[in-house]
Design a protein around this ligand. Structure first.
Ligand SMILES: [Zn+2]
Length: 180
């Protein structure tokens, strides 16, 4: 838990997650990326959204569950010493990915940009769920990267989310959604 976690440079790893998000977008998927970092600050896995790409032997794909974090977790396989790991994502994880992170016991979860519609951050320490109590959550630690991530994801939020989801995005990120 918190005692096992090193002091890491959040900005450095969130930039890496955002770079993977742009890579996903260029490949025809949704712009979301993730990196898993160990206690020594080494990146042990990289993932990105692959919903718009074919399934392959190496990567989950062509499914609405082919999110960046799941791509990463499937590459890692069995997670060793999860309490020492930090997962960085460009966008606040959804219920599936936040739930997977919490159930795997990942020590810390850091995201660049909030997802006021689909984000699960507020549920990761679900009071009546004993398995969901050990992941430290660090939302949007850097305002410039939060802005960058919101600009990057806003068109996808408008395309993919229902009207009430897009309305929440416009309310939360008025500047970043203004031109979308
Ligand atoms: Zn997800």
């Amino acid at each position: 838990m918190a005692v096992s976690l090193p002091d890491l440079d959040h900005v450095r790893y969130l930039r890496a997650a955002l770079a993977l998000a742009r890579e996903a977008q260029a490949a025809g998927s949704a712009p979301v990326g993730a990196v898993l970092v160990d206690a020594q600050g080494q990146v042990v896995a990289r993932g990105r959204n692959r919903v718009g790409e074919p399934q392959s032997a190496d990567h989950v794909g062509q499914a609405s569950v082919a999110h960046a974090e799941m791509d990463l977790f499937f590459q890692v396989g069995e997670v060793q010493n999860p309490e020492t790991l930090t997962l960085y994502t460009s966008l606040e994880p959804c219920l599936m990915c936040g739930g997977a992170s919490a159930l795997l016991g990942v020590g810390r979860l850091v995201w660049a940009t909030a997802d006021p519609w689909g984000g699960s951050g507020r549920l990761l320490r679900w009071a009546d769920h004993p398995a969901m109590q050990h992941t430290e959550v660090v939302p949007t630690p850097d305002p410039a990267l939060e802005h960058e991530g919101a600009l990057l994801f806003a068109p996808e939020a408008r395309r993919a989310f229902p009207d009430e989801g897009w309305a929440l995005w416009r309310q939360h990120y008025p500047e970043e959604t203004a031109g979308v």
